[in-house]
Design a protein around this ligand. Sequence first.
Ligand SMILES: Cc1cc2nc3c(=O)[nH]c(=O)nc-3n(C[C@H](O)[C@H](O)[C@H](O)COP(=O)(O)O)c2cc1C
Length: 381
Amino acid sequence: MSQGSQQSEPFYDVNRTYEDNYEEGPFGAFAEALRRDADVAPGDGAAGDAARTPADSFLGVPVNLAFGIPAGPLLNSRFTTAAFRMGFDLATYKTVRSRAWGCNPFPNVLAVHPKSADGSLTPGSPELDEGVLADTNYERPISISNSFGVPSQDPDLWQPDMFRAIEAAGPGQLLVPGFQGSRVEGMSEEEYIADHATTARLVKETGAKVMVMNTSCPNEGHNVLLCHNPLLVGRIAEAVKKEIGDTPLMVKLAYIPDDAALELMVKSTVGRGTVQGFSTINTISAKLVDANGDQALPGKGRERSGVCGNAIRGAGLDMVSRLAAIRDRLGLEFAINGVGGVVTPADYAAYKRAGADSVMSATGAMWDAELAHRIKATIGE
Ligand SMILES: Cc1cc2nc3c(=O)[nH]c(=O)nc-3n(C[C@H](O)[C@H](O)[C@H](O)COP(=O)(O)O)c2cc1C
């Protein structure tokens, strides 16, 4: 594959607002894929990949290759359909909520430049609190910060669109819906738990075969993550399971440094039969500064923001191997979806070696529409 295809125009245009992307995207090679799709008669090989027996699986559902795009850059069914047509066999529909929810002000993405030679950011390193340079100079290997606030359409809009997204999967491909609960002023803990269950039911109504519940965004207040409270996640998973029955449920986790806390998470979810897998990691929080050392993202509460892409691959691999070790130690069965800094086929392979059953790339895929094809080429798919 040529260098050119590795530097394709991102399918999510970071120079436009979230709303513009939602209405007009996807862009670049993903837009091309949709145009080609429109030229092919239904049932005439529109999925791009020839029908064959799926060799891999995701939460028990057969897929061609358990590689795809996690919750985030695929905003609606046009984005997820384009991802399918570009060979990403897992396409996650960006996290939805029980109600309409606004997006943080533009800009929502900046390039991030850690100081280390390999561009990595290690959890706990002082650089995360001292400030990491963030600007609009998007260099490879790509690291960015994303600051959206997990916007959502109203269920009346996202439910029919998610249905369309599910229907557009080709043979051996799977639409993975993402959802989360919404904490609003004055809500009791019971109401917050119930909101997760309601949202899961709304997702199930679209015909979803699996779902991923996000506990890894600052939905518990500024920089406080739900996944830092394993017992509450356990109670929520129980309420969600009552709504969705046999539909496999995966929980999205941020980086959790402490093994005891991670083990408690596994025991209070998988151990109680409510959760069948974990997807990890989400972004790593860092203070972002411009070239003058001033706050890089405008507005109150945006001094820090989540970093993703190349910089966080080490943290993602560490989290996946520790989860895999806990799986062995406890003798429990659950799936691990490895996420964080996958920008090349070698990164995909590293996650598989670390114990991931499936792998996804958000930032890497945004800047390389051919990533799934390149991975498939290296493993002879
Ligand atoms: C543009 C963008 C939007 C994102 N939005 C969400 C989201 O809505 N829900 C979620 O769970 N994660 C979201 N994420 C996080 C990704 O799913 C992923 O965990 C993180 O970016 C690390 O993967 P990466 O290094 O491949 O980007 C988003 C990421 C990006 C780049």
